[in-house]
Design a protein around this ligand. Structure first.
Ligand SMILES: [Zn+2]
Length: 148
């Protein structure tokens, strides 16, 4: 069954996440963002960074995420009601979305990109789910704990 596969994938990602936390080998904030992307994917809201969300043209970079269709917009399409995203943040988001949890622990992300990622994913999550899943807040508590 397809949903079994999704559950298996999520479970495997969760195990990786706990491994990273336990061994302190990864930035918890980035781990949280990667997990948010996994949850979006598992619940049918997978983001696609290879094409424009409006005209479907292939793209490799975008500075606008559509706030209704939740995807990147190309240079030619209308950008009204979009969220700004910088080039490094776009690349990070694409990387976190496209690669497995086992590949992402070495990624280095600037403080400003972390904030951008947080804003964009929080927006998409809060729009897609009536209530932000509590499990996602867990990572914020972990981060606060680690920062002490
Ligand atoms: Zn377009």
């Amino acid at each position: 069954m397809e949903s079994d596969e999704v559950n298996k994938d999520l479970f495997r990602d969760l195990v990786s996440a706990f491994y990273f936390i336990k061994n302190d080998v990864m930035d918890i904030e980035i781990l949280a963002r990667a997990f948010e992307l996994r949850i979006l994917k598992a619940t049918g809201y997978e983001l696609n960074f290879s094409q424009c969300v409006k005209c479907r043209k292939k793209i490799s970079m975008s500075n606008n995420i559509d706030s209704i269709l939740y995807g990147p917009i190309c240079k030619e399409c209308e950008k009204l009601n979009s969220i700004y995203i910088s080039n490094p943040t776009y690349n990070t988001l694409k990387f976190l979305n496209n690669f497995g949890m086992d590949k992402i622990n070495r990624i280095i992300v600037s403080q400003s990109s972390k904030l951008e990622l947080y804003k964009i994913l929080s927006f998409i999550i809060s729009q897609n789910y009536t209530r932000k899943p509590k499990s996602l807040e867990m990572f914020n508590y972990l981060r606060e704990y680690n920062d002490q």
